[in-house]
Ligand binder design. Sequence first.
Ligand code: ZN
Length: 242
Amino acid sequence: MTRFFDLRPDKVVRNSFTGDFDAAPKWGLPGIKDCPGCGVTWSTWGDHYPAVDLSNLPERAEFEEPRPEPFHEFARLRELVRPLAPPGSELAPGTTFGPLVGRASGQFAPFSGLESCWMLVRRDAFDSLQAAGIRGLLGCKTELRFRQKTPPEILELQLEPRGRMHRDCLPPDLAPPCPTCGRVGLRLPEDLILGGASLPTDLDLFRLGDYGTVLIGTDRFKDAVEKGGWTGISFRELPVRS
Ligand SMILES: [Zn+2]
């Protein structure tokens, strides 16, 4: 029986490394301004596809500036990206694409970036997890500019949204999603429960499908990380209910 863990930054480890970065994804969908369905101006956080490359898209400049747009404009831009994104991606407003671009310095822990809901991994840790047969590892190049002479090789993992929360951890009066933009007015429940039937059986690492800031790994992932001595993640087991 697979066990699932919530992945958070390990603050103790973070304090013992000097690594730091200030970066943002290269491209993104705009947020929605005054949705005609629900009236809300909003944007998601956490849905990030570093492997989706917009550099050959003639309209790529329209994805460079984070901003809210009217729904029809958001929808037009979303259709431009859809063929480049993994099949079935929801592509909510604010979804980001491409490498993290920015400045970095210092010595990086094996894992970092989790506080921003990204998973940056050092090349040595990545190779070790790949050798251990961790499923669904997709390492992507970053565009972090280091000042030091021998910069570490830092990859970012693409974590795709999979699985849902169990209805037992949701408020009983939760309104259905907005029929226009798909927004669900939901805070992350304090006692998160995963819906057993919704969880992927072919991946050891993913984001929660209905709450993209929650990063999840299986016991196989946890074992491989601990066996390799790769630090930077704190694991908390999540209950699963059928
Ligand atoms: Zn809406």
